[in-house]
Design a protein around this ligand. Structure first.
Ligand code: ZN
Length: 97
């Protein structure tokens, strides 16, 4: 169950993982599992894969970084909401006669 009062500041839900900024610079396509502050000067924030997070990451928390988690549940919920809204539209259409 989710507690909306105590928000989890160490994780961020995403629909799909972005690419690691550092790998990308080396011409490598790799999914980033972290989005956070880096310890590099002139590089305050970036998407990082596990390896690069270990190298450049500064931790997890509010204003520091988040572990990216792919949220499949949200997608399914969204689809359910969409179909519900669609059915509601159909019902409303019937009312208009
Ligand atoms: Zn990387």
């Amino acid at each position: 169950m989710e507690d909306p009062v105590e928000a989890d500041v160490t994780t961020a839900e995403v629909y799909s993982l972005p690419e690691c900024d550092f790998c990308q610079r080396q011409g490598v396509e790799k999914e980033a599992h972290y989005d956070g502050k880096t310890n590099l000067p002139g590089e305050p924030w970036g998407n990082m894969c596990e390896e690069h997070y270990a190298q450049y990451g500064t931790g997890l928390g509010l204003g520091v970084g988040q572990k990216l988690i792919v949220s499949r549940e949200d997608k399914e919920q969204l689809r359910e909401q969409e179909s519900e809204a669609y059915q509601r539209d159909l019902e409303n259409g019937d009312d208009l006669g």
